[in-house]
Design a protein around this ligand. Structure first.
Ligand SMILES: C[S@@+](CC[C@H](N)C(=O)[O-])C[C@H]1O[C@@H](n2cnc3c(N)ncnc32)[C@H](O)[C@@H]1O
Length: 418
């Protein structure tokens, strides 16, 4: 039951919820709550997301024997009500998200079965009363064809279906996270290890065209061929305040970075780009998606040092900690088997990253990015700068405990303390 509720909760909160159906009414045997007592002849409940006055809400259709009743709730209330209904009123629940279908079945004897399967097709949410499809990005924008995501007619190509799903999920998550952050003026965004730019373009498009934020976006990429190609697409598409910079993450100089030793190393693509690099604006959002091994740590350091309000990273491989665990010789039954050692390395690496971010005043969340069939690299680590007081001593102790338990001498991100 808890597994189902967890999936429900994350889909309601990260924006991947598509719809939910409650069925197999059990009568009012165990009913205790006020919510349920008024449901004597209920048959089904259908839930779907809607946009009400620019707010994401959830519309509940209560289907009674001879009538329908509709009520709207926010994510928190929806979770509470659905949890109550599946504990008390219904035996079956089917949850559809952008990435998976999850069904919950409770037998008459109370045995709970949860089954899930990932979604193969590209699924979209419908938040406008079954009429207009709510596309997160506009595939008819010319850059999608130029980047190779779509055909000339704006259809996602067969090879890129998976990337498209990832793009949609990513934009939804960032959008949800940004709602809890207050930005002043222009938001400066750096996407480190931006690669071919799909996710960078998607976020740029979404924030400018759909949300009308005033942003300045820089993709930081070490491969010169990609930087040249992407800057051509940006130029041809007249995209304002958006550019790719050829640089390593380590050498990239954010305006507010005080410790960067290599300001001169940055190879800006044209003199025009200096305007963005020299902006007085504080770095608002630091992004690093699938930047290899410790490049994620370098990006986090840039984010923290430049005072980014939001740090979003999807860590890639976790070799540094794995090697530390191997060389330590500490015998730990949990990491005796290779596959568990790998998973443990992922958890340790990202837990320590989160703790260090907490140390510097970030509230952190670790969430599932998207289920990728052939890779475990599906974690998104999000840090939101907070003014709340931090117990730094206790955080350092927690880091030390984890390290000594697994024989880790040093996490690469600890260089931020030097
Ligand atoms: C796996 S791709 C990810 C691309 C994109 N962020 C995404 O998630 O779709 C990683 C990219 O980071 C770049 N990269 C790796 N290490 C880097 C570093 N230290 N500095 C800058 N770019 C780096 C690589 O060239 C590659 O294009």
């Amino acid at each position: 039951m808890q597994k189902f509720i967890n999936k429900l909760e994350s889909s309601l909160k990260d924006g991947s919820f598509v719809k939910l159906t409650l069925s197999k009414y059990v009568g009012m045997r165990h009913v205790t709550s006020v919510q349920s007592q008024s449901m004597a002849d209920i048959r089904n409940v259908y839930v779907k997301p809607i946009i009400l006055r620019n707010e994401k809400m959830f519309s509940f259709t209560y289907r009674y024997e001879r009538r329908d009743e509709t009520k709207n709730y926010d994510a928190e209330q929806s979770l509470e009500i659905i949890t109550q209904l599946i504990s008390e009123v219904f035996l079956n629940a089917s949850l559809f998200t952008l990435t998976e279908d999850v069904s919950l079945m409770i037998s008459k004897k109370g045995k709970v079965t949860v089954m899930s399967k990932s979604v193969k097709e590209v699924r979209e949410q419908n938040t406008e009363h079954d009429k207009v499809k709510n596309r997160l990005i506009n595939l008819e924008n010319p850059w999608w064809f130029k980047l190779g995501l779509t055909t000339r007619e704006g259809k996602v190509t067969a090879d890129m279906q998976h990337k498209y799903k990832q793009i949609c999920k990513y934009v939804e998550i960032v959008d949800g996270v940004m709602k809890n952050v207050k930005f002043d003026g222009k938001i400066r965004i750096a996407d480190m290890g931006a690669g071919k730019g799909y996710l960078t373009f998607a976020l740029y498009e979404y924030l400018t065209q759909r949300c009308h934020y005033d942003i300045a976006m820089e993709g930081v990429e070490i491969r010169p061929d990609l930087v040249v190609k992407i800057n051509e697409i940006i130029k041809e598409s007249n995209m304002k305040d958006f550019r790719f910079v050829e640089s390593s993450i380590e050498a990239y100089a954010c305006q507010q970075v005080t410790k960067s030793p290599s300001h001169q190393d940055i190879r800006l693509v044209s003199s025009e780009t200096r305007r963005l690099g020299d902006s007085e604006t504080q770095l608002g959002i630091l992004i690093a998606l699938h930047a290899c091994n410790t490049a994620t740590d370098d990006a986090i350091i840039k984010g923290i040092e430049s005072g980014a309000k939001l740090i979003i990273c999807a860590p890639c491989c976790h070799k540094q900690i794995r090697r530390e665990m191997e060389k330590s010789g500490v015998v730990n039954p949990i990491t005796q088997h290779g596959i568990f050692k790998e998973r443990q390395a992922v958890m340790i690496t990202d837990t320590i990253r989160a703790l260090i971010m907490e140390y510097f005043g970030y509230k952190t969340q670790i969430m599932e990015f998207i289920e990728m069939e052939h890779t475990p690299k599906n974690i998104l680590l999000v840090g939101r700068k907070s003014e709340a007081p931090v117990d730094r001593e206790s955080i350092l102790k927690q880091i030390e405990n984890i390290k000594s338990q697994y024989g880790i001498e040093r996490h690469y991100l600890e260089r931020i303390f030097n």
